[in-house]
Design a binder for this molecule. Structure first.
Ligand code: 4FN
Length: 264
């Protein structure tokens, strides 16, 4: 998989991706990342790439010429016209399913905005996908591009070792991870759940699966909409839902001691 990042800050993206799993994937030749400096395609003698917005208003807008020229030069150089993903808060929010779809491509172009964004005409001409990494204000699209590269690279065959790739094969059926413990067995009086020390692998798997379901229900119930559960697990989930509903309604203020405080 070849990632091509169109950015005004190439040094920012390249630094972060040389380390860890993406760094090793690059060494192994499984992925490549090149950063194309949009400023190199400025026609201006001062190398300007931004200008004031028509209609007025705060800030600057990235001009369409350098952005389109940077893409056209890449297309001419590679003989391909790969998908162009504009990282923008206006896009669909990235998730594992979208990442799986992107991982099928041979090349991906990631377009990073700065200032108030990019002239709409450049977007009309070259962008195929609008993606966001979440709802908060950022300074530019570079960090989102790095997030996307990290996430998609892991899905490229050979990037993960066999152990971890078998593990995510199912993407955990859209469930959160169960709690993890390592040595020591007793940390400041807090012990490890005994089942994990039992050596009984079937029981351990069952316990972990239940904790995953419980965690997802309590912390990210939205994920359960797409969760893959066996009929027994579905029943466990329903029982948990009812138990939690009882927890939430069983308040002292509803009982016979209504209105009394603990001090009375
Ligand atoms: N951000 C919001 C509303 C309006 C503007 C922004 C904002 C960087 C070029 C875009 C932000 C967040 C997730 C790219 C945010 C992302 C960006 C992203 C991003 C400079 C213009 C800008 C309602 C979301 C808070 C700045 C909401 N994923 N504008 O951040 O590029 O990819």
């Amino acid at each position: 998989m070849h990632f091509h990042i169109l950015t005004l800050f190439p040094e920012m993206v390249l630094g972060g991706l040389n380390t860890s799993i993406t760094g090793r994937a690059m060494e192994k030749g499984l992925i490549s990342v090149d950063a194309i400096n949009i400023r190199d395609y400025s026609q201006d003698k001062h190398r300007h790439v931004d200008d004031y917005p028509y209609g007025g208003g705060a800030g600057m807008v990235m001009q369409p010429g350098p952005v389109c020229d940077a893409y056209e030069a890449l297309a001419a150089r590679t003989g391909k016209r790969p998908r162009v993903i504009y990282l923008t808060p206006q896009g669909r929010v990235l998730n594992q399913k979208i990442a799986e779809d992107l991982a099928k491509e041979e090349d991906l172009v990631l377009l990073c905005g700065h200032y108030e964004g990019i002239d709409e005409r450049a977007l009309e001409l070259i962008v195929t996908d609008y993606l966001s990494i979440g709802d908060y204000v950022l300074t530019g699209g570079e960090l989102p591009a790095m997030v996307l590269i990290d996430c998609v690279s892991r899905l490229v065959p050979g990037v993960l070792n066999n152990e971890s790739s078998a593990e995510f094969e199912s993407f955990h059926d859209n469930l959160l991870e169960y709690p993890q413990y390592t040595r020591p067995e007793n940390f400041r009086g807090l012990t490890v759940p005994p089942v994990l020390l039992s050596g009984h692998h079937q029981k351990i798997d069952a316990w972990r699966r239940e904790r995953s379901i419980e965690r997802t229900l309590r912390r990210r119930p939205d994920l359960l909409e797409d969760a893959v559960l066996a009929p027994k697990e579905q029943a466990y989930l329903e029982a948990l839902r009812e138990a939690i509903a009882r927890e939430e309604t069983a308040r002292p203020e509803d009982g016979p001691d209504a209105g009394k405080t603990d001090l009375q």
